[in-house]
Design a protein around this ligand. Structure first.
Ligand SMILES: O=C(O)c1cc(C(=O)O)c2c(n1)C(=O)C(=O)c1cc(C(=O)O)[nH]c1-2
Length: 255
């Protein structure tokens, strides 16, 4: 196995790419919450909870990408990377992913103000997403850039939603699916750039092992978000459930 505990020489780029791709075994597509959504077993409340909580990830992605750019001295990389921010924030002639996600919210019956207020964002989701943004602020820019490589596995997950949700959830309005559709090509383009950076940068055993750890950290973030949603919307154990029915947790971005 190429990722054995103490390798003495670096993997070839092909082997390293394979090791990165093998991490797909831990993608959140395999999380029970996600499997339930895929199989048509999620309730309206569980879908709404997922959409409202994932909105925090969506709005944090441009902050994360801006942090990477802020640490990157290479103009050519920044020129490419800035497209990720535009993908989400939009530009003249393109509404952007955040707006598309707000439409998804409306399509599942959530007013856009509910998403924008972040009132449904669970603390565990917030902490997980914030960990991603903070990592991007602190890390060497190549490491932060390559932490986006969970996107290797994202086109499959978006396609699976497009293939199955309309059949399972007839109550979701069709306009809601625009986000998933637009990410199919955007994620592939991101991955091409991210992978190229990873294969060039990780030219030692240490860097390769560290990058695999970083990818695992990112997988942990996505998985932990769904763990929080499982507690709140499946097991009916939102934070402070033993004390109050009220959502008393803090809602600010400032901590
Ligand atoms: O719906 C998903 O399961 C999913 C996962 C991920 C991911 O793997 O991080 C991203 C997205 N979607 C996505 O839409 C997106 O724009 C995105 C950007 C990034 C990133 O790390 O920069 N990940 C993801």
């Amino acid at each position: 196995m190429t990722t054995s505990s103490h390798p003495t020489s670096p993997m070839t780029p092909q082997e390293f790419e394979q090791a990165l791709r093998a991490k797909g075994a831990f993608y959140h597509i395999h999380h029970p919450y996600h499997i339930a959504m895929h199989n048509g077993q999620a309730t309206r409340e569980q879908i709404q909870g997922w959409v409202a909580n994932r909105f925090y990830y969506q709005t944090s992605i441009p902050l994360k990408d801006a942090a990477i750019m802020a640490n990157c001295p290479d103009p050519l990389t920044r020129r490419k990377w800035v497209q990720r921010i535009l993908d989400h924030d939009g530009y003249d002639g393109s509404e952007g992913g955040i707006e598309a996600w707000l439409r998804l919210g409306e399509a599942v019956g959530l007013d856009r103000d509910v998403l924008l207020s972040e009132e449904m964002v669970l603390p565990g989701v917030r902490f997980a997403v914030d960990a991603y943004v903070n990592f991007a602020r602190r890390a060497v820019w190549q490491e932060a850039a390559c932490s986006s490589l969970t996107e290797l596995f994202a086109p499959q997950i978006h396609q699976a939603r497009l293939d199955t949700w309309p059949q399972h959830y007839k109550w979701i309005e069709e306009e809601g699916y625009g986000y998933f559709r637009s990410r199919l090509s955007q994620a592939n383009r991101d991955v091409e750039h991210g992978l190229q950076l990873a294969l060039e940068y990780c030219d030692t055993v240490e860097k390769q092992q560290r990058m695999l750890e970083i990818l695992q950290f990112k997988l942990d973030i996505l998985w932990s978000m769904l763990d929080s949603m499982t507690l709140a919307y499946e097991l009916n154990r939102p934070p402070y459930h033993s004390v109050t029915q009220l959502a008393v947790w803090h809602k600010g971005r400032l901590l």
